[in-house]
Every structure is written in structure tokens, then in C-alpha cells.
Write a protein that binds this ligand. Structure first.
Ligand code: X2X
Length: 340
């Protein structure tokens, strides 16, 4: 027989606990009043346009239940964009829309997009992100402790400098070039005879202004919106040597705290906002190229033979990094790129 007092306590406990477990309101009550979203570039850069669109769509579709707040210029990681991924994984930041370059120090597979001259055009890029390669990369990210949701784009990257036109690898010899966080960029520019120096975006413009460096590489929209021509960068080689996709992702604990319905909303809106950002990047690059020409920047287009010389000089780097990224993944990417 049960002791009546014990039974009463058990019943009381069940009465308190049961509604908490059963009610979906209990989950909603766990939501934070604001979720941090880390980015590097704010609007009007296409990166920031994608981020702002995501915030707007999430707010709209959840009737204000989920509030994202964008923190740009890598401010949540003190300006060090290469620390964004570990900070998100650890939950110091909730979400990020990050460049594959900035996350590749921790996720070596993301160096794929930085393999020199892998990607001929935007269609090839889309075949990667939307095909089996994109799926596999999302699996890799999941195993690393974040939930990836969708893609946006910083864009094809172009090299610029303050000294002279670059038509051949010889034209790069001795030029001091600011590069981003992945060691792959050091290897590319070293192979081309330049003198690469790694620094954050926060440090890049001051270094260009003081002429501590002779050049940099970034998409045309970034060059134009950051007004890099005003600090003496008047030569651009439009060589499309790598593309820089962006990934929307959420810390896994934060992700699991959302109801399946809200997870669906977060994913769908990331994909939608990503499309808006990709269009802003691609259309913006074309417009910005015309605008910087009008403003006096010399834009050099490579002949097929000139381009081939850059490809040849970077083949060994490509081969070396294929081993680091994973030969099977690179092979799958090459296959997707080659499909028409
Ligand atoms: O630092 C850069 O060059 C930038 C803004 O393009 C990235 O974050 C990769």
C-alpha cells in the first residue's frame, strides 16, 4: 500500500512538472529576447543586404517571436574574423553569416572555394553549392557543431594594387599584398612571386592608406563600396581567381532550442535572404565594375594566354591543397564544375 503522504507529494510534483513538459509554450519561453548574428560587412555590401533581409523575414514570419540582431565588422570577435566560427561553435555568438575563407582555418574543407581558378563562372558556383558538394560541406559543418542553413555570396575576388597593371605573374613579383585568413592565400601569392601578408578586414584599409601594403584582393562590390580606389588602389585585374560564398549557420544548442516549425522558418528565410544577397552581389559586381572604371580605376582583363600563365603558376598550390581539403571532395567539385 502507498503511504498517503508520499502519494500526495508525488501527485503535487507531477501536477507542477507535467504542464511544463507538455506545453509548447514552455519551449517558446526558453527563447532569448535577441539572437546575435555575426557578419563582417554590413549593408550596403551584398553580405549585409543578405543579413538584414534574414532579420526582416524571420521577424515577419514569426510575428516578432524570434529577433535576430546583426553585429557587423566582426565586432563580436574583436574584429578577428577568423575567430567567428569557433565563437559560434562555443555559443559565444548564436548565429553567423560567414565567409568560407574566414571559417576555413577551422573547417579545412571550406578551402575548396579558394582553390585558384577552380570556378569558371556563377553557374559552376551554383552547381557546387546546390549539388552534392554543398550537401557534403553542410554535413561537415554539422559534425563541427553548427547547423548550416543556406548560402549567400561575397563574390569572385579580384586583385588590386597601387603600382601598375597586372597582366602576368611577373607583374606581381615583389608586391606586398594583404590577404585574408586562410594560409592557402599565402601560398597562392607566394607561388606568384608576391609578398603576401595576412591581416583582418579591420586592418586592411588602414594598411592600404598608409601604403604599408601595395595591394589587396576582394570582390568588385567590396572594393567599390569601401572606396578602396580613394586610397590609391587604381589598378584592378579582373581575373575571377576564386569565389567567396557565405554560409548562414546557427550554434547547435541554440538550433535545438527552436521548435521544428521555427527551425523550418529559420531555414527557409535564410535560403530566401541568401538569394537576395547573391543577386545583389552578382548584379552589384557588374555595376560596380563600370562605376570604378568611370572613376579612373584601370581594369585589366586577361587574355586566355595570360590567364593560363596564372593557372600554371598556381597548379602546385592547387595540388597541395587538394590533399588538405580531401581529394574525393575536390574530385566531386571538379565533376560538378565540368557538368553543363
Ligand atoms: O576580409 C575580407 O577581405 C573580406 C571582407 O572579403 C572577408 O571577410 C573575406
Amino acid at each position: 500500500m502507498h503511504h498517503p503522504r508520499k502519494l500526495a507529494i508525488a501527485t503535487l510534483a507531477a501536477a507542477i512538472v507535467a504542464p511544463l513538459l507538455a506545453s509548447p509554450i514552455a519551449f517558446a519561453a526558453d527563447y532569448k529576447s535577441e539572437y546575435t548574428v555575426s557578419t563582417v560587412l554590413p549593408a550596403p555590401f551584398p553580405w549585409g543586404i543578405a543579413a538584414d533581409k534574414w532579420v526582416e523575414l524571420v521577424k515577419e514570419r514569426t510575428n516578432g517571436r524570434i529577433n535576430l540582431k546583426v553585429y557587423s565588422n566582426s565586432q563580436l570577435v574583436s574584429g578577428d574574423q577568423t575567430k567567428e566560427f569557433p565563437a559560434m561553435r562555443q555559443g559565444i555568438i548564436d548565429m553567423a553569416i560567414g565567409s568560407t575563407i574566414n571559417w576555413s582555418p577551422q573547417v579545412k574543407e571550406l578551402n575548396l572555394f579558394s582553390l585558384p581558378f577552380l570556378l569558371p563562372d556563377h553557374a559552376a558556383m551554383d552547381r557546387l553549392t546546390e549539388g552534392p558538394v554543398g550537401k557534403e560541406l553542410f554535413e561537415v559543418l554539422r559534425k563541427k557543431g553548427v547547423e548550416p542553413l543556406g548560402w549567400a555570396e561575397n563574390g569572385f575576388r579580384q586583385v588590386t594594387n597601387s603600382k601598375h597593371e597586372i597582366h602576368t605573374p611577373e607583374d606581381l613579383v615583389g608586391l606586398k599584398i594583404r590577404v585574408v585568413g586562410s594560409p592557402l592565400y599565402n601560398d597562392i601569392f607566394t607561388a606568384l612571386g608576391a609578398n603576401p601578408t595576412q591581416m583582418s578586414w579591420a586592418d586592411a584599409k588602414p594598411a592600404l592608406t598608409t601604403k604599408a601594403v601595395d595591394g589587396q584582393e576582394n570582390p568588385v562590390t567590396v572594393f567599390k563600396i569601401a572606396k578602396i580606389q580613394t586610397v590609391g588602389q587604381i589598378y584592378m585585374t579582373h581575373w575571377n581567381y576564386v569565389n567567396d560564398p557565405l554560409i548562414f549557420a546557427v550554434n547547435q544548442r541554440v538550433w535545438k532550442s527552436f521548435t521544428p516549425e521555427d527551425q523550418k522558418i529559420l531555414r527557409e528565410t535564410a535560403i530566401e535572404a541568401g538569394k537576395v544577397g547573391i543577386k545583389a552581389s552578382r548584379d552589384g559586381d557588374d555595376t560596380a565594375l563600370q562605376e570604378i572604371k568611370a572613376e579612373g580605376v584601370t581594369v585589366t582583363e586577361l587574355t586566355p594566354a595570360e590567364r593560363a600563365a596564372f593557372v600554371a603558376k598556381t597548379r602546385a598550390v592547387y595540388a597541395d591543397w587538394t590533399k588538405k581539403i580531401g581529394p574525393d571532395l575536390v574530385k566531386a567539385a571538379e565533376k560538378s564544375v565540368a557538368q553543363k
